[in-house]
Design a protein around this ligand. Structure first.
Ligand code: ADP
Length: 444
């Protein structure tokens, strides 16, 4: 059973990306929007647009009953949540299910399980994935924190069980810092997620962030190889690329993530995130149960339209691809063009007087930006993603740099100067990159 009409419960570049996949499958596109987005590109291009205006612009995309009401009012068969907002919200998935509307993503139960980093860690450890040493339950008090940290050895990292977006995370070098870090993490977790539970994990030094793209259909699962995402500011990625591993390691780790997805009966797109230490050991971090910003890198490498595959699985289709059908071709790099100051990363939204996006061989741009677009202040600063694909890494770097050189986004500050410095920097060029890369290199 294919869908006839799908509601997009998101905005910006990902709303446009989802719209494109729906259109290519002949599915009618409905979309919700806040007041600030009423003239945005995805709203203008959709077949049906449902306004949800709120004083707090975020609430337009977070009000579960209003979004469910919008889906019912347009007669949508399914809702695509994109990333962020309600994408990982089990209550939302459950409410849609009650109304007989499909949530494009995993079941509410799987969202609940994976949304809790502690539960996710233990279920993935049981499925055979390597996890870092740490507590297997929430830390109750300072004394318990001290004894666990002592047992696994400093440095440690304190994280929110319900965490996301790097919020609250505290690296602790020695026992003297533990008490205040514990307090800061749990109070930030409480205010950001309404859940103050925290746990301790071994801090992996000189780590690289490597993640695997997975698709499951509830029974079967396949992986699409890895992405390397170590260029991060405040624990958030700004540049992603692939491939990174040799074939043998990819096959070994790929088989493990497929086992992990099957163990929880995963349905839809997912990303399994890992840290890898300087000895080449992997440590499972979390599963992101949704499409990711950097899915584009994998689409370029494999030639598969991942967003469409996720929609098909949600409509009840089984995966028709075998693992052997999925091949990695060349090298791809994505630069996130955030409207931010490239030195201190402070948000810099504004009106785009002129917007000229790059093109040419091996260049893809996913963006909702256009000349005259006024970026609302209340949302994420991601304005465009420029993705290059080349025969090898050197060609992908050269193509990306040339593309960034021709990109014009007049009216806002962007990360383009920082990306261009990274692409020229010798350690980056020699693949000498860990998650502390941006702190270690004064670029911009
Ligand atoms: P979130 O869900 O908040 O994004 P993650 O667990 O996915 O948190 O971690 C995000 C980033 O935080 C990682 O890519 C890494 O930079 C850092 N990090 C998390 N856990 C560790 C760890 N155990 N050791 C070192 N760095 C870590």
């Amino acid at each position: 059973m294919g869908f006839s009409r799908v509601l997009i419960a998101n905005r910006g570049e990902i709303a446009l990306r989802i719209l494109r996949s729906l259109r290519t499958q002949g599915i009618e596109v409905a979309i919700i929007h806040g007041r600030e987005d009423r003239t945005s590109l995805p709203v203008r291009l959709s077949d049906h647009a449902v306004p949800i205006y709120r004083d707090d612009p975020l609430q337009s995309y977070l009000d579960i009953e209003a979004v469910v009401g919008a889906a019912k009012s347009v007669g949508a068969d399914a809702v695509h949540p994109g990333y962020g907002f309600l994408a990982e919200n089990p209550t939302f998935a459950r409410r849609l299910e009650e109304e007989g509307i499909v949530f494009i993503g995993p079941s509410a139960e799987v969202l609940e399980l994976l949304g809790d980093k502690l539960q996710a860690r233990s279920s993935m450890a049981a499925a055979g994935l390597p996890v870092a040493g740490g507590s297997d339950h929430p830390i109750g008090n300072q004394d318990e924190a001290k004894s666990i940290a002592k047992e696994i050895g400093y440095p440690v990292i304190i994280k929110a069980a319900a965490g996301g977006g790097g919020i609250g995370m505290q690296v602790v070098e020695s026992e003297g810092e533990l008490e205040s870090a514990f307090r800061v993490c749990s109070s930030r977790a409480k205010s950001a997620f309404g859940d103050g539970r925290v746990f301790i994990e071994k801090y992996i030094q000189n780590a690289q962030h490597i993640e695997f793209q997975v698709l499951g259909d509830g029974t079967n699962a396949v992986h699409f190889g890895e992405r390397f995402c170590s260029i991060q500011r405040r624990h958030q990625k700004i540049l992603e690329e692939g491939p990174w591993l040799d074939e043998e390691t990819r096959n070994t780790m790929g088989a493990k993530v497929v086992d992990g997805a099957k163990a929880v009966g995963y349905s839809g797109l997912a990303t399994f995130e890992f840290l890898r230490d300087s000895n080449g050991e992997f440590y499972f971090l979390e599963v992101n149960p949704r499409v990711q910003v950097e899915h584009t890198v994998t689409e370029e490498l494999t030639g598969h339209d991942l967003v469409s595959l996720g929609i098909k699985v949600a409509s009840g289709e089984k995966i028709s691809l075998s693992q052997a059908d999925i091949r990695i071709r060349g090298h791809a790099i994505q630069a996130r063009i955030n409207a931010e100051n490239p030195f201190d990363f402070s948000p810099a939204p504004g009106r785009l007087w002129e917007c000229l996006l790059p093109s040419g061989p091996g260049i893809r741009v996913d963006s909702h930006a256009c000349s005259g677009y006024s970026m609302p202040r209340s949302f994420d600063s991601l304005l465009a993603k420029v993705i290059s694909h080349g025969g090898d890494r050197k060609e992908a770097i050269a193509r990306l740099d040339a593309a960034l050189m021709e990109t014009v986004l007049d009216g806002v500050e962007t990360l383009i100067p920082l990306h261009r410095s990274i692409l020229k920097e010798p350690n980056f060029q020699n693949r000498n990159v860990t998650i502390s890369y941006l702190e270690d290199h004064k670029l911009g």
